[in-house]
Design a binder for this molecule. Structure first.
Ligand code: SF4
Length: 244
């Protein structure tokens, strides 16, 4: 029986995929995004250990509800692809009772046998593109972005449903130039939806509690008018877009 280190569970989530969802936030992440809301998933401790059966039995209680709302189960984090064997076991059981499965990921994963198997059990991937520019990506996350694009190529070649998530940061990604660039880049793929996530400083308190320096203290949240204008650029290019 596989077990996982988890951060938390949300049983009636509406933000992490279609419909009403059971969202499991897994512990651990290879990135150190400067805007992270869940830096507590980076700690070496502070997680809860659960078995795949425990989570399966809990999710199964909501199966009819998911069908009614066209929802399902989302593995989020942290970075769920750090615990692939657990997800393979869980997703296999969820698929057997007709629960739709999604993975919300930063895409920083090796393409190995486990990734192949998990992809075969996953209906939807929600992939964050933190930044197209390699240096900016490295600066924002602490890791290069080449693996992320390999992962995008992999799920695209598998014909998976793909949502792309873009954090809008003033001066870096919340600009018409950047949005046009990412729009042109994504034309190479079949993207079901793009979600624009305006930066906000909700995670700042957690950084302080963990004794970490929050470098984006002075960063501003792009206003709604600006976000709508950026969304319009993508819509005009034929994408389905949502934003908060
Ligand atoms: S990928 Fe997500 S969980 Fe990981 S550091 Fe970045 S924002 Fe935080």
């Amino acid at each position: 029986m596989q077990t996982a280190k988890i951060h938390s569970v949300e049983t009636l989530g509406a933000l992490d995929g279609p419909g009403i969802r059971y969202v499991l936030f897994l512990h651990g992440c290879p990135f150190r995004c400067k805007f992270c809301h869940n830096p507590d998933t980076w700690k070496s401790g502070g997680f809860k250990t659960v078995s795949s059966s425990e989570i399966f039995e809990d999710v199964a209680k909501y199966a009819d509800f998911f069908k009614f709302s066209k929802g399902g189960f989302t593995a989020s984090g942290g970075e769920p692809l750090m615990q692939k064997k657990f997800l393979i076991e869980l997703f296999g059981r969820l698929k057997s009772i007709g629960v739709e499965t999604a993975v919300d990921t930063c895409g920083y994963a090796d393409i190995d046998e486990d990734t192949e198997e998990l992809a075969s059990l996953t209906d939807l991937f929600m992939l964050d593109i933190k930044h197209l520019d390699p240096d900016t990506h490295l600066r924002l996350t602490g890791k290069p972005n080449d693996k992320v694009f390999n992962f995008l190529n992999f799920i695209s070649a598998k014909g998976k449903r793909i949502w792309i998530r873009i954090v809008l940061l003033e001066g870096l990604s919340a600009t018409p130039e950047y949005i046009k660039k990412i729009s042109a880049f994504l034309k190479n793929y079949k993207i079901e939806k793009i979600e624009l996530l305006p930066y906000h400083n909700m995670g700042e308190k957690k950084w302080e509690e963990l004794g970490l320096k929050y470098e984006l203290k002075d960063a501003k949240t792009p206003d709604r008018g600006k976000v709508a204008a950026l969304a319009k650029i993508l819509e005009d290019d034929g994408y389905v877009v949502s934003f908060q």
